[in-house]
Design a protein around this ligand. Structure first.
Ligand SMILES: [Zn+2]
Length: 108
């Protein structure tokens, strides 16, 4: 079961896969991928909310969650993605790793 799945305005994003857009049912297992963005990529107004990131090289837009500063999640990641499966997680990681204008580092 998704850890953060009851989180108010993040509901929509948390309930669909960032990569394939498939609905993630709350009772299903889901996967989370976290990443650090490059310095200067301003997320300060987006904390506790979501952003759409255009992955130019993959020609895809993905939705990411921006955790609040000081939260547990923010310690490891600037942004995180909810995914329906390990396969989508791997595909997303591969895509993020090509976007070095935006993504500094993808967490494992
Ligand atoms: Zn998926």
């Amino acid at each position: 079961m998704c850890a953060n799945s009851n989180n108010g305005n993040l509901h929509e994003v948390l309930n669909s896969c960032a990569w394939c857009q498939k609905k993630i049912h709350l009772e299903d297992e889901c996967y989370e991928v976290g990443a650090r963005v490059v310095q200067g990529y301003d997320l300060s107004k987006k904390q506790g909310s979501t952003i759409n990131i255009a992955l130019v090289r993959s020609q895809r837009v993905v939705s990411a969650i921006v955790p609040m500063t000081g939260s547990q999640a923010a310690r490891n990641s600037d942004i995180s993605f909810m995914l329906c499966s390990m396969e989508c997680g791997l595909a997303l990681k591969e895509a993020l790793n090509k976007e070095n204008a935006i993504i500094d580092r993808v967490n494992n």
